[in-house]
Design a binder for this molecule. Structure first.
Ligand code: NAD
Length: 306
């Protein structure tokens, strides 16, 4: 199979590239290295350094003629999206439209899109289903939801097959200790440096943390399954920030200091995604427990902001 991974130099994309190459696929990475790193990219992958918002990306995709396009390239930082919503929209919306047009021209068999649990906004339901309404509370999640809508329209207009995977909170090696999504990487970095952990509110807020290798498996499962669907890639289990700190204490073998801060306006207090649909349609169940995933992450090098 010939695959393109946009964002293949980034945290999640680079793990996906490794897995595709291990399967024997021909892999092309499209990335402008905005937040991604050259050292993340598997040496057997062909790298195309190009902006997904540019016209050039279409020419490259048409020339490659991929079977599958995994579209992960994005501006994925909430704070940046609030400060520069235009840049966020340029990459996440216009960039996605470019990739969709190119997929149609190249007659790709499918696009698999990296979306996010953040599209549900402040919905406090214990377990969110794919049928629950999207109600973004950040420019980032609005741009991802808009990209989802374009993907569904391109199917309607041009029959471009797709699977939209809404990821829970992903953690693992190569995640950069920066921004909001990366609480595990940020905490690991501070623990290793002996610095206190900054906890928003009282630490009771919960997340559905999923290990990056499980997200890769969900993407691979979507190659032949789940067409025309929005599907959660999640564990359907919650971990509070306080529980996360106690797991990290177990792994690090000492109690980190904590500082409690007030939450920001775009903070989501509780998020847990039902994964019944992924089990049924993708035959995907996460294989890592949080403690095993955290242990593997702890053993890896922490990457700081570029
Ligand atoms: P990341 O920042 O590590 O990866 C994004 C990649 O896209 C980087 O390599 C970056 O250089 C590239 N990129 C950015 N702008 C580009 C542009 N204009 N042209 C070409 N390449 C560009 O982020 P990540 O955490 O690996 O996220 C990957 C995808 O998963 C994103 O779409 C993100 O929205 C989604 N996602 C991530 C999480 C999470 O917890 N990390 C959760 C839900 C969804």
């Amino acid at each position: 199979m010939k695959a393109i991974v946009t964002g293949g130099a980034g945290f999640i994309g680079s793990h996906l590239v490794d897995a595709l190459i291990n399967r024997g696929d021909e892999v092309h990475v499209i990335d402008n290295l905005r937040s991604g790193r050259l050292e993340n990219i598997h040496p057997q992958a062909a790298l195309h350094i190009v902006d997904i918002s540019s016209r050039k990306v279409k020419e490259i995709i048409v020339r490659i003629k991929p079977d599958i396009v995994f579209h992960l390239a994005a501006q994925a930082d909430v704070t940046t999206s609030e400060q520069s919503p235009d840049i966020d929209a340029e990459i996440n919306i216009k960039g996605t439209i470019n990739i969709l047009e190119a997929c149609c021209l190249a007659r790709a068999k499918k696009i698999i899109f990296a979306s996010t649990s953040a599209v549900y906004g402040e919905n406090q339901k214990d377990l969110l289903s794919e049928e629950d309404p999207a109600a973004p509370i950040s420019c980032y999640s609005l741009s991802k939801w808009t990209a989802e809508s374009y993907i569904r329209l391109f199917y309607r207009f041009y029959q471009l097959p797709y699977t939209i995977l809404r990821y829970a909170n992903v953690y693992g090696p190569r995640q950069v200790a920066k921004g909001e999504g990366g609480v595990v990487a940020i905490f690991m970095n501070r623990i290793k440096k002996g610095e206190p952990l900054k906890v928003l509110s009282n630490g009771d807020q919960t997340q559905d943390f999923i290990y990056v290798k499980d997200i890769v498996r969900a993407n691979l499962a979507a190659i032949n399954n789940g067409s025309g669907e929005i599907i959660h890639a999640s564990t359907a289990e919650t971990t509070s920030i306080n529980q996360l700190i106690s797991y990290l204490q177990q792994i690090h073998e000492s109690r980190p200091k904590t500082i409690n801060l007030v939450p920001r306006p775009a903070e989501i207090k509780h998020s847990c995604l039902d994964n019944t649909k992924a089990k049924q349609l993708l035959k995907f169940t996460p294989s890592y427990s949080i403690i095993d995933g955290l242990r593997e992450t702890y053993e890896a090098e922490v990457l700081n902001e570029k």
